[in-house]
Design a protein around this ligand. Structure first.
Ligand code: GLV
Ligand code: MN
Ligand code: MN
Length: 431
């Protein structure tokens, strides 16, 4: 360990301002290094929970945290914490962070941008010789994407008390492994899952940086977005049962075509979403399974997902009622059976007003152009916001594209977002 002379110690104690700017090169290197943990290197980034790639990226992030001399811990739900100790560690900490898992064939920024920017923000604070009052943690939340278990934000959902230990036993992947079993298999002490839950007041504030995944910032040429609210999803698996029969032998008037009914319902969802008078509402049928899926067979069975997002619960409920009424009408008209299974029904979140003002203030002080917007995508902050004040920083997504190998964010924009993040975290940690 290097021993500081008296002047250096005095200087370090006196420093309260971040003296360095975020380094786009450091951010780029870390993002590219982590992108090696990728199951589809030729076709975007695929890093699904508890696969070889995801587990290796967890090891890599912990190494990076240790290089920054952060205290590294992991809770029973697999949420990783890298903590910069404050001078008054008994105070409620300040959090930042995001996720490292991806959807299939994604880009390298969704989620990872929030972890890399968090680490870079803590590097700036450390290199400026600052010891904040409160602990600041960079957190890797377990599986924000629903890819493996069909449910999103697993780690933050458990922290918010919205996913119980019993439910982790019921939640299964396509091979029938439960989340509980997978946590156990990957070395987590599942007897301590009850301790993952956080109480209100335990965390002073949480600020997550994320790519925007929409084109508002890109179109306006603004590098930083300050999120006013986060849309929350309701996801249904809709099961449509008709009658499987011969494509040539069944006259048009005598069919119970499950896929035709599914198509009608899909178009109704699109129509109702476009007509919604709420501030922001989207509806997507992203997964359709048609049985038996053969050219000369009228399908007897369809399973499809419907993903509905809104910034307010009222317009979402209104949409759902309309969609279910339409399903009844289609069912009566076509003689098919339609059932809705609710996968999740989450409540949207308004970001903390004081954090929105603070983010505005810090962007202005740094002379970084910023604008307020809402998030159509969900984030771990949606659940962290159930027990702590949350704020979010967005950085531009080129052409608004995400969940695609075309996803791109300029490293220079990430650096600007990181500057705002670092200054905001420090201000919060010194409160
Ligand atoms: C998160 O990735 C989402 O689907 O909004
Ligand atoms: Mn995503
Ligand atoms: Mn994300």
């Amino acid at each position: 360990m290097r021993i500081c002379n008296r002047t250096e110690v005095f200087m370090a104690q006196q420093t309260t301002q971040i003296a360095v700017r975020a380094d786009a090169g450091v951010i780029q290197t870390m993002l590219e290094e982590i992108n090696r943990f990728n199951a589809t290197p030729e076709e975007g980034t695929t890093r699904i929970l508890f696969t070889e790639q995801e587990l290796a990226s967890r090891v890599y992030i912990k190494e990076k945290m240790r290089e920054l001399e952060l205290d590294v811990t992991e809770d029973a739900a697999g949420n990783i914490f890298g903590t910069l100790p404050g001078t008054e560690p008994a105070l409620a900490p300040v959090w930042t962070g995001s996720h490292i898992d991806t959807v299939p064939n994604a880009g390298m920024f969704d989620g990872m941008a929030g972890i890399v920017s968090g680490l870079e923000a803590l590097r700036l604070i450390r290199e400026s010789g600052i010891r904040p009052r409160r602990n600041i943690s960079v957190i890797v939340y377990l599986s924000e994407e629903p890819t493996r278990f069909g449910l999103s934000c697993l780690g933050s959902r458990m922290m918010a008390g919205c996913l119980s230990e019993e439910e982790t036993k019921q939640l299964k992947d396509a091979k029938g492994n439960s989340l509980w079993e997978m946590l156990k298999k990957t070395g987590h002490d599942v007897t301590k899952l009850g301790e993952v839950r956080r109480k209100k007041g335990e965390v002073a504030a949480a600020v997550e940086l994320h790519i925007e995944q929409n084109n508002v910032l890109d179109q306006n040429k603004i590098p930083v977005g300050i999120v006013r609210g986060i849309c929350a999803p309701t996801i249904f698996t809709v099961h449509i049962t008709g009658k499987q029969s011969h494509a040539g032998g069944t006259p048009m008037g005598e069919r119970k075509d499950a896929y035709a009914a599914a198509s009608e319902l899909t178009l109704a969802a699109e129509r109702f979403a476009k007509a919604s008078t709420g501030e922001y509402l989207t509806a997507t049928v992203g997964r359709v399974e048609v049985f038996p899926n053969a050219v000369n067979v009228i399908s007897g069975d369809v399973k499809m997902s419907v993903d509905i997002r809104s910034i307010d619960m009222e317009s979402k409920e209104e949409f759902i009622t309309k969609l279910k009424n339409e399903a009844e009408a289609i069912s009566a008209r076509r003689g098919v059976e339609i059932t809705f299974h609710t996968e999740n029904h989450d409540t949207p979140l308004r970001c903390d007003a004081r954090l929105i003002s603070l983010l505005r203030e810090k962007s202005a002080e740094l002379e970084i152009p910023a604008m307020e917007l809402i998030s159509g995508a969900y984030h771990d902050s949606l659940f962290v916001g159930r027990f702590a004040p949350v704020g979010m920083i967005f950085v531009p997504s080129k052409n608004g594209i995400s969940h695609s190998k075309e996803e791109w964010t300029e490293f220079s924009d990430l650096a600007l977002g990181t500057d705002v993040l670092a200054h905001t975290l420090l201000a919060l940690a010194n409160e």
